[in-house]
Design a binder for this molecule. Sequence first.
Ligand SMILES: [Zn+2]
Ligand SMILES: [Zn+2]
Length: 76
Amino acid sequence: MCYQVVERYSVCRCLYHRHAVDPCSAYGQRSHVVQEKTVLVGYACPNHTSRPVAYGSQAVGVLPDSGYGSTSTLRR
Ligand SMILES: [Zn+2]
Ligand SMILES: [Zn+2]
């Protein structure tokens, strides 16, 4: 079984990079399948990054998730 590493953004699951197929001995035979191996990278793609971040600041994928989960601010 051949493997092809496909890197995807872990936040939005868009394609980041598709590597070349790593062929096995059965590569090219009929009904031979290539197993995709998804590797997640820890951030969103530029299309789904909500605000531009400065490159080089190494902000690792902790994105504000649309306001859920912070109950401490809901005080009356
Ligand atoms: Zn194979
Ligand atoms: Zn995306």
